[in-house]
Write a protein that binds this ligand. Structure first.
Ligand code: 5CU
Length: 389
C-alpha cells in the first residue's frame, strides 16, 4: 500500500498496566474495582466521570493490553495508531506523584510503541504501528519552572512519542495561566504536538433531572470544555507568541468552528481583548488541527470550510468572506481520523465498531473532498503532522 493511503488513528486511548494498577489502588474516582457479576464471575468496573453511577462501566483488556489494540486496528484496517493515556491522566495526583508517574508512564509508552510491529508498507524509514502522546506532570500546583525540562526530556529521549496529551485545567488555573508561558515555549521549541482533550465537561448545571446517562456530558459537556479551553488560549495571545505551536483539538474542536465568527465579533466589540490579539479570531481557527471524530460528513465538511477560510481573515479586513474554490480542500489538510477506542464499544463483540465505521464513512462522504483530501484525513495528514515521513 502506498504511504499516502495508510490509515492512521490519532485519537485512541490506553490505560497502561501501571496506570490501571494506580486506578485499582484507589477508593474514589477515578478508580477500577472488581465485583461479582450476575454470572458469578468477577468483573472489572471503571469509574472516571463526575456523577458516574457508583457501579461504573465494564472495563477489560482492551484498555491496557497492546495485543487488543493491535487486534482492534487489524479488524478496522488501521495501519498506525498514535496512542494516548485516557482521561483523567494525572490530574488527581500531587505534583511530586504526578512527576514520578509521568516519567514511568512515558518510559512504558515508549517501550509499548518501540517494540510494536513494523507496518508492511514500502517506506525508506520503516514505520512502527504504534506511536504515542506522552504525559506531563501538569497538575494543580505544578511549578511552572519544572515544565520545560519535562517537555525537553520527553522529546529528547522518547523517539516514538510525538506529542503530549493535555487536559484543560493546566496547573489549576486553566491553559491561559501566565505561569504556563515556559510550557508553551518549550512545546513550540520541541515541535511536540499538543493534543487538547476534555475530561470534566462544562454545562452540567443545565443537564436537568431526566436520566440521560452519559449522553449530555459526552456529547455536549466534553466538546464545550475543549471549546472554552482553546478559546482562552487564543484570547491570551498564546498562538501569537508561539506561532510554531501545533495544537490538535479533540472532537473536531467542539463548537469552536461554529462559533468562530461570533467570537470574532465579540472580540471586535471589546477593545481590551481586541488590542491583545494580532489577528481576527477566525485566523486562529486555521492555525489549529482537528480530529475527525465528528461522526458526520456534513460536520466534517463544515469544519474544513471554516478552517480553509480562516487564513483569509486578518485584523485589517475581518469582514465576511464569500466561499472560494478550494478552501474546503485546504481545510481538510488540518483534519485527522480518530476512533476514541476503547471508548464507545459495540454491544456485540464480533461486530466492527460503529464509532469507527461511522467516522470512516463520514470522511468518505464529505462532498467536495477529493480522493486525495480523504486519504489525507484518513492518514496522510497524520504522517506529516507527526513527522512520520
Ligand atoms: O465514555 C467516556 O467517558 C469517554 C471518556 O471518558 N473519554 C474519552 O475520550 N471518550 C469517552
Amino acid at each position: 500500500m502506498a504511504l499516502s493511503r495508510l490509515v492512521v488513528d490519532i485519537h485512541t486511548h490506553v490505560y497502561l498496566p501501571r496506570y490501571a494498577s494506580v486506578l485499582r489502588s484507589r477508593t474514589a474516582a477515578p478508580r477500577i474495582f472488581s465485583r461479582s457479576a450476575p454470572s458469578g464471575q468477577t468483573e472489572d468496573r471503571l469509574v472516571i466521570l463526575d456523577n458516574e453511577p457508583s457501579g461504573g462501566r465494564p472495563i477489560g483488556p482492551q484498555y491496557w493490553d497492546r495485543d487488543e489494540k493491535l487486534k482492534f486496528m487489524d479488524k478496522h484496517g488501521i495501519d498506525i495508531s498514535i496512542v494516548s493515556t485516557a482521561n483523567p491522566w494525572l490530574d488527581f495526583l500531587s505534583f511530586s506523584a504526578a512527576q514520578t508517574l509521568a516519567r514511568e508512564l512515558n518510559a512504558d509508552l515508549e517501550s509499548y510503541c518501540s517494540t510494536s510491529p513494523i507496518i508492511s508498507s514500502p517506506s525508506a524509514t520503516p514505520l512502527k504501528r504504534l506511536y504515542g502522546f506522552g504525559l506531563l506532570p501538569l497538575v494543580p500546583g505544578a511549578p511552572s519552572a519544572s515544565l520545560p525540562s519535562a517537555v525537553t526530556d520527553l522529546a529528547a529521549s522518547h523517539p516514538h512519542i510525538r506529542g503530549v496529551i493535555l487536559g484543560t485545567r493546566g496547573a489549576g488555573k486553566g491553559l491561559d495561566d501566565p505561569e504556563l508561558e515556559p510550557l508553551w515555549a518549550a512545546l513550540a521549541e520541541t515541535g511536540l504536538v499538543v493534543f487538547l482533550h476534555p475530561h470534566y465537561g462544562v454545562g452540567g448545571q443545565s443537564w436537568g433531572d431526566l436520566d440521560n446517562g452519559h449522553v449530555l456530558p459526552l456529547a455536549l459537556g466534553f466538546p464545550f470544555e475543549t471549546t472554552t479551553a482553546i478559546t482562552r488560549v487564543i484570547l491570551a495571545g498564546v498562538l501569537d507568541r508561539y506561532p510554531r505551536l501545533r495544537i490538535l483539538l479533540a472532537h473536531s474542536g467542539g463548537a469552536l468552528p461554529q462559533l468562530s465568527s461570533r467570537l470574532a465579533s465579540c472580540i471586535a466589540h471589546d477593545p481590551v481583548v481586541a488590542s491583545r490579539l494580532q489577528h481576527d479570531a477566525r485566523w486562529y481557527i486555521g492555525r489549529l488541527y482537528y480530529d475527525a471524530v465528528a461522526y458526520g460528513s456534513a460536520e466534517l465538511g463544515f469544519v474544513s470550510d471554516t478552517v480553509g477560510r480562516a487564513a483569509r481573515y486578518d485584523q485589517q479586513n475581518g469582514a465576511h468572506k464569500a466561499a472560494v474554490e478550494g478552501e474546503r480542500n485546504e481545510g481538510s489538510k488540518r483534519m485527522l481520523f480518530g476512533t476514541d477506542h476503547p471508548f464507545f464499544p459495540p454491544l456485540n463483540d464480533t461486530d466492527k465498531w460503529r464509532s469507527v465505521v461511522e467516522n470512516l464513512e463520514a470522511i468518505d462522504s464529505v462532498s467536495g473532498w477529493s480522493a486525495e483530501d480523504k486519504d489525507g484525513v484518513q492518514g496522510g495528514n497524520a504522517l506529516t503532522l507527526f513527522n512520520l515521513v
